[in-house]
Write a protein that binds this ligand. Structure first.
Ligand code: CA
Length: 231
């Protein structure tokens, strides 16, 4: 017997499109006294978190290869929606690039398929122990990873995938100055070299879209020479 993941039955959201694996994970985790909620795609994951609230889950197990969206985009959208719980990515593509861009997207750990359930339980246990850092309250703006849209009280703004990633990185650390190099890593995860003012042009466009989406008081500020901040 391995015992439970933590003393208090943790609530874990499992996002996996493979029906068989999803079942195995859900049943296996429940045997370890985890309360499991499952979703089969990015829209389902976002729906679960928006429906239950960003504090409803103690951890998220998130497949990167989902049918409707990239798990990394889903992670960013969950972070932007206020999720602070640790996110553990599952991927069949165990390449360094996936791992690094997964962390840039707000993931906390990473498990390559195939893996043994006991390894997932051990990683979850560590992640739950580590997750204490509080993040600021979410705004009235939300990111939709399936359409790369910014949804606000005054309407929906279409974003390019790069705009989506840059804004998600800012929103995930709302109130903090996010350094230029972190925004470049988030926006261009393949490590493409971009001109120095490219990031500023993207942010200028995002600033207009954030204003148009219309959550009064929310805006992108500039920390000259350092980075940007979403407040
Ligand atoms: Ca998959």
């Amino acid at each position: 017997m391995m015992g439970s993941v933590s003393e208090l039955e943790p609530r874990v959201l499992v996002v996996e499109d493979d029906h068989g694996l999803r079942d195995v994970l859900a049943r296996g985790l429940r045997e370890h006294d985890v309360v499991v909620v499952t979703a089969r795609d990015g829209a389902g994951a976002l729906g679960a978190v928006r429906g239950a609230g960003p504090d409803a889950f103690d951890a998220v197990v998130l497949d990167i290869g989902l049918p409707d969206s990239d798990g990394r985009d889903v992670c960013q959208a969950l972070r932007a929606a206020g999720l602070t719980a640790p996110v553990l990515f599952l991927t069949a593509r165990d390449q360094l690039h996936d791992v690094l861009s997964g962390f840039a997207a707000g993931g906390d750990d990473y498990l390559a398929k195939p893996f043994h359930l006991s390894e997932l339980v051990a990683r979850l246990r560590v992640a739950l122990r580590r997750s204490a850092a509080a993040r600021p309250a979410p705004s009235g703006l939300a990111l939709d990873p399936t359409t790369h849209a910014l949804v606000g009280p005054s309407g929906t703004q279409r974003l390019t995938p790069t705009e989506f990633r840059v804004l998600a990185a800012l929103m995930a650390r709302s109130g903090e100055v996010v350094r230029r190099r972190d925004l470049l890593a988030a926006g261009w995860p393949d490590g493409a070299r971009v001109a120095d003012n490219t990031l500023d042009q993207y942010v200028a466009r995002l600033r207009r879209k954030v204003d148009a989406a219309g959550d009064a008081g929310r805006s992108i500020g500039t920390a000259h020479g350092v980075g940007y901040t979403f407040t």
